[in-house]
Ligand binder design. Structure first.
Ligand code: GRF
Length: 241
């Protein structure tokens, strides 16, 4: 059984559905959770994620962009004794100093298959519109370690999601988001538990060699609990229980 050892700070700019999914997942794991959410930091007061965090009883702070941003964020992470940074719908670049201090301990979820359809300004509906505009037939979810460049850090896990005829950015976003909510918390748990780490060459390495990606499409008709089974098998969550 894993004790709750790691303290997570979630950085968020948006509505916070991935924050909610992570909170629920770690809560459901109970004592097996390798981490707990100790702090939510928003880049602006109006982020829905902050109201949600407040409702969940998690401490909330705002660290807006600006000249003091790196120092302010660094101070907050020290004050709350944070071990792991989780970007859940965070649209800002994490300051270099923070990335350096937390190397291998900053994780982001991106709603497409990186390295395509990422980079500065690629967030929200723009990502999905770019996928559609390119005529890609496959999109998906990427969870990766964060480095100083937008969406470039080492890929930890990916899951494919099909693009279907007639998709809009909205319909594709919804199909992808469903998978984000299932994959992301499981990968965060794996990172917190030390099952996956960043090696010196800058690659994500799984200690137990677990396959960490979807090997096949899961049809939309599949219920969440069944999709969870596929993802748990791929990420090896069963082994860590
Ligand atoms: C998600 O699609 C995430 O992949 C992206 O921004 C969106 C955030 O949604 N980085 P939410 O705030 O977690 O609901």
């Amino acid at each position: 059984m894993t004790a709750v050892a790691r303290r997570i700070a979630v950085l968020a700019s948006g509505r916070g559905s991935n924050l909610e999914a992570l909170h629920r997942y770690l809560g459901a794991l109970g004592e097996r959770a390798a981490a707990s959410i100790a702090l939510v930091v928003g880049d602006r007061e109006t982020a829905g994620a902050l109201a949600l965090a407040d409702a969940l009883g998690v401490d909330v702070r705002v660290a807006p962009p600006g000249p003091d941003h790196a120092a302010q964020l660094g101070a907050l992470l020290s004050e709350f004794d944070i071990d792991l940074l989780v970007l859940a719908g965070y649209i800002r670049l994490v300051p270099d100093a923070v990335v350096r201090a937390y190397q291998g301990r900053v994780v982001n979820v991106h709603p497409a298959l990186l390295p395509a359809f990422g980079g500065r300004g690629m967030y929200g509906a723009r990502v999905h519109q770019a996928v559609l505009d390119a005529g890609a037939r496959v999109s998906g979810v990427t969870v990766h370690f964060v480095d100083p460049v937008y969406d470039r850090g080492a890929i930890i896990a990916q899951w494919p999601v099909p693009v279907v005829d007639g998709d809009t950015a909205g319909s594709l976003a919804a199909r992808v988001l469903r998978v984000e909510h299932l994959l992301f918390p499981r990968v965060v748990q794996a990172v917190a538990a030390g099952r996956v780490s960043l090696d010196e060459a800058g690659r994500a390495v799984w200690a137990d060699g677990a396959p960490r990606s979807g090997l096949t499409f899961v049809p939309e008709s599949v219920e969440d609990h069944e999709l969870v089974r596929y993802i748990d098998d791929a990420i090896g969550c069963r082994a860590s229980r």
